[in-house]
Design a protein around this ligand. Sequence first.
Ligand SMILES: NC(=O)c1ccc[n+]([C@@H]2O[C@H](COP(=O)([O-])OP(=O)(O)OC[C@H]3O[C@@H](n4cnc5c(N)ncnc54)[C@H](OP(=O)(O)O)[C@@H]3O)[C@@H](O)[C@H]2O)c1
Length: 400
Amino acid sequence: MSTSRRTFLQYSLTAASMLALGPEALAASSKKGTASAKAKLKLLVLGGTSFLGPAFVNAALARGHTLTLFNRGKTRPTLFPNVEKLQGDRDPKKGEGLKALEGRKWDAVLDTSGYYPRMVKASAELLAPNVGHYVYISSISAYANNDVPYENESGPTAKLADPTVETMGPKYENFGGLKRLCEEAVEAALPDRAALIRPGYIVGPDDPTDRFTYWPVRYARGGEMLAPGTPEDPLQIIDVRDLGEWLVRVVENKLTGVYNTTGPEKPWTMGGLFAACKAATGNKSTKPIWVPAEFLARNGEDGEGDIPIWAPPEGKNKGFHLRSIDKAMKAGLKFRPVSVTVKDTLRYFNSLPEERRNKMRAGLSPEREKALLALWAQEEKPAESSPEPPSKPAKRKKGR
Ligand SMILES: NC(=O)c1ccc[n+]([C@@H]2O[C@H](COP(=O)([O-])OP(=O)(O)OC[C@H]3O[C@@H](n4cnc5c(N)ncnc54)[C@H](OP(=O)(O)O)[C@@H]3O)[C@@H](O)[C@H]2O)c1
């Protein structure tokens, strides 16, 4: 058996049994495999119960650290019954606001839930005297442009005309500029004690968006599948568990500064994604039909329509899926095989209740996919009758 196949099986079997057992079993079990940290830290998470938060909590518990979660108690309130929870709101104007954090000390804080500078400023300033290190989860959308392949952390950042705006905007166009302002608020409150993390698409089990999940699920359904662009179109994603584990190293090693965090380690492509989907699903009946970006753009799929994650690698999006991640890799960011991410994502989705599975939150509807494919077939090989024009996409939210 080849080494890569052995690694793949090891990952798959462990992940399968762990998913069945739940998050705290995962933490306890990875304790066996992961050396516990020499210095045990007291860590605060502003958030902690949706997607990235639990991945960090699991990894931190596995390293023997002590956790406190601060949130409103709305999202999965029964998760982590043995971890301390403080209730409040990121917005100091709402209810008790940040009161529960007053007078408490932690070695480090991970902020996964900061979207508006006024609120991030409030938590950063309140915590600055009482925490050693502040790790803020920003986004790769904090950059002004995506047109330069392999750009590193020194690229220009997004700016908002009105820095006081407290809405994302109808197309999520304020998201990146707001994230940048949040970064500035953290850096101002804790100069040289802050890590500003800029992830690309975070994917894997528990992903509430279905943006990446759509592809393994669609591939598993079989038949003719609309494949956007070309098999060589680049693709960057990061498995939530890889990011969660690395963030624990960030707090243990007190890393500061800006880090692009996406993956995988070696450049990956849409063709690579479908090869991984084929391996994960074992489905040989799926036939990807590669449809050129130019046709898709003419029909409302310019990278901001219903087709998720993919972006045509040209013009303003030339570097969208080609950010430099050298700095984070030098700082220890590691990646599990993409085949494991695909397989675990599919297993997670299939474990959801039927009602939820029937309401995919991203991707082409079967009807729109069929209509686009029919139109494309017509354009490639004009026939006598014209197919129905495809319906317009519901514009998807920008921002990773
Ligand atoms: N997904 C991606 O592809 C992607 C890419 C780049 C960057 N990011 C960034 O990564 C982060 C991931 O977030 P996540 O949702 O996975 O984190 P999480 O920590 O797992 O979940 C969000 C937490 O925030 C809490 N929360 C929400 N609103 C709150 C409020 N007003 N006051 C107090 N707590 C509040 C929620 O609990 P309650 O509801 O109970 O309050 C929940 O515990 C985000 O900052 C996102 O912008 C994501």
